[in-house]
Design a binder for this molecule. Structure first.
Ligand code: NAD
Length: 263
């Protein structure tokens, strides 16, 4: 307990999946947490859930923001000025659009929408986080950006706009990690494998073939769980990871290291 005691944290895409599990852990570990998401109703459900399962939670607030809108992201980060500034930002919001496809069939508007949320959102978040760290004289701070294993390995079930966006997240993160290292601001990307969250599971639906096409590639024989990603985010957010900077932190059950899966 207390691994984030006294830290002010923002989580984007906080209303579900990895984001919500992370907020629960952050609250349990003594952090003040701002839950940010585009969906007001989902945010209300999320905060109610956290208050129920972590009654000892410190400051927990919500802020509706669309990470693709610079003014929203600025207001989100500046919301923490009255808390003493941000210490940890988890740039986690992202989309994987149903119409995202291969080089031939991906509509340009889906390409642009995906880059606007997944890439520009991470840029805006990082920009205002750095400004806040400096404004509040932070000597150590952590930004975690959610990428994906598709930034590391190619997939024959393509979602080209999504893959491009996650490759960009990884490259941006690496560069920011180097640029700001002497200021004590760490940047790491999280690379989850396919998970049991609505983002993927709603898209797979009841399509058994589509599901098995993915499941066969898991050495451990299953999709990952959001909580398993959240545990990694907690480590990257805390001072325990003080010398971890610029990594592509892979949480994938061995998927990207595997040639042939066990029978
Ligand atoms: P999720 O769909 O459960 O949650 C994503 C959240 O982001 C939702 O609450 C949604 O309302 C919010 N959101 C969407 N657009 C937004 C915007 N413009 N501004 C602010 N919030 C917005 O997804 P998840 O599975 O928890 O995914 C979280 C992150 O992990 C995403 O970046 C995703 O690309 C990445 N990821 C997911 C998987 C997977 O299999 N689920 C695998 C690798 C990476």
């Amino acid at each position: 307990m207390g691994r984030l005691e006294g830290k002010n944290c923002i989580v984007t895409g906080a209303a579900g999946g990895i984001g919500l599990e992370t907020c629960i852990l952050f609250a349990r570990e003594g952090a003040n947490v701002l839950l940010s998401d585009i969906s007001a109703s989902a945010l209300e459900r999320a905060i109610a859930k956290i208050k129920e399962i972590v009654p000892e939670a410190k400051k927990i607030e919500t802020k509706i923001s669309d990470v693709s809108k610079e003014a929203d992201v600025k207001a989100m980060v500046e919301h923490l000025d009255s808390w003493g500034g941000v210490d940890v930002l988890f740039n986690n919001a992202g989309i994987m659009h149903a119409d995202d496809a291969d080089a031939i069939d991906t509509p340009e508007k889906i390409w642009d929408l995906t880059q606007a949320i997944n890439v520009k959102g991470v840029w805006f978040g990082s920009k205002y986080a750095v400004l806040s760290f400096r404004k509040h004289g932070k000597k150590r701070a952590s930004v975690i950006n959610t990428a994906s294993v598709v930034a590391l390995v190619g997939s024959a079930t393509p979602q080209l706009a999504y893959t491009a966006s996650k490759g960009a997240v990884m490259a941006i993160t690496r560069e920011l990690a180097i640029c700001h290292a002497r200021e004590g601001f760490r940047f790491n990307s999280l690379c989850p494998a396919p998970l049991n969250t609505p983002l993927l599971q709603d898209w797979l639906g009841d399509d058994v073939v589509k599901r098995q096409r993915r499941e066969v590639h898991f050495p451990m024989g299953r999709f990952g769980e959001a909580i398993e990603q959240a545990q990694a985010v907690l480590f990257l957010a805390s001072d325990e990871s003080g010398f971890v900077n610029g990594t592509d932190f892979v949480v994938d059950g061995g998927m990207t290291k595997c040639y042939i899966t066990p029978e």
